[in-house]
Design a protein around this ligand. Structure first.
Ligand SMILES: C[S@@+](CC[C@H](N)C(=O)[O-])C[C@H]1O[C@@H](n2cnc3c(N)ncnc32)[C@H](O)[C@@H]1O
Length: 306
């Protein structure tokens, strides 16, 4: 008997297929970290997508039996996840960020920044008058997830969503329209600040590429399915971050703040700029390597950025 026949004969419910998928994923030693952190959640995302059900499905439905067609559909997705080693988000073209669904494909990184937690809290306590925030810049926007979530959290603000990649800008624009925030969010194809001459912001937020070349080479295959331009940034991982720091002050209002994720390159950053009082943000839901500097500090340490 063919494997798929044996599986579809013996497994019946949503719960069965999620359990089986998770076991297959663990056996195949897949990597998780692109929206889910374990095999069960990754399998659930694929199984629920295959049967057109929402990811927050109430537990009672997990005992419902799949039709023969649905079983084959589920099997197909689980086998693709193993064979192609692409994050589930690319197979189902959806990733969640700040409680919002975003269209994703291989033109953009799968959204997963811990900055989501800051957006949901409207950057408290660092922004003490959120209703007065008028201009936000999301540098290196990818799918547009940070820019769009910021627009929702700050409904009176204008948001510029910048990316150097024309393909990423296409995806960001698609998501801007999907979430109907065209009036608030502008997608701009630009090499960092290049197309933003003279513009100043209350908040610059960025999840730029920050992986060093050696680390990129050793990343699991799932990361290699993502655009390299979105991850790798030179020998030390800091090429892009250095440029962000250099010009941030001239694009911030006097009380503005800069928030940048540097993840695994936090130590390299401290080493590159000794004495700069980077404020490293703590997250309740996990994640690290995100720093904050005020416009005032950026001015004070101006000589360091050159
Ligand atoms: C780590 S991804 C982040 C995407 C998105 N902000 C997120 O959190 O999911 C970095 C993005 O930076 C873009 N990028 C790389 N170099 C850039 C540059 N010099 N100027 C603007 N964007 C750049 C890449 O195209 C990629 O979309």
């Amino acid at each position: 008997m063919h494997l798929s026949e044996s599986v579809t004969q013996h497994l019946a419910t949503l719960r069965d297929y999620i359990r089986w998928g998770a076991s297959r994923f663990n056996h195949a030693r897949l990597f998780f970290g692109h929206g889910t952190s374990n095999a069960v959640d990754e399998a659930a995302a694929l199984v629920l997508h295959a049967v057109h059900l929402p990811h927050g499905l109430p537990a009672g439905y997990f005992d419902s039996v799949l039709t023969p067609d649905e079983r084959l559909e589920v099997l197909g997705l689980i086998e693709r996840r193993i064979a192609e080693r692409k994050p589930a988000a690319y197979l189902i073209h959806e990733a969640w960020f700040c409680g919002l669904p975003f269209y994703v494909d291989e033109r953009v990184l799968v959204p997963r920044s811990p900055i989501a937690e800051l957006i949901e809290g409207r950057f408290s306590p660092w922004i003490d008058r959120p209703d007065e925030v008028a201009d936000i810049l999301d540098l290196c926007t990818g799918s547009g997830c940070i820019a769009i979530a910021c627009a929702m959290a700050f409904p009176d603000a204008d948001v510029d969503a910048v990316d150097i990649s024309s393909q990423a800008i296409e995806v960001a624009q698609f998501n801007i329209e999907k979430h109907e925030v065209e009036v608030q969010v502008r997608a701009v194809q630009s090499d960092l600040y290049e197309e933003l001459q003279g513009k100043r912001y209350d908040l610059i937020v960025s999840n730029p590429p920050y992986v060093n070349r050696e680390e990129w080479d050793s990343l699991p295959l799932e990361y290699h399915a993502e655009p390299r331009l979105g991850l790798e940034s030179g020998e030390t991982g800091l090429d892009c971050v250095r440029r962000i720091l250099r010009e941030a002050e001239s694009h911030l209002k006097p009380d503005g703040i800069l928030i940048v994720e540097v993840g695994s390159s936090a130590e390299a950053l401290e080493y590159a700029y000794p004495g700069v009082p980077f404020c490293w943000i703590d997250f309740e839901r996990g994640g690290d390597g995100v720093f904050l500097l005020t416009a005032e500090q950026l001015g004070e340490y101006r000589d360091h950025w050159v």
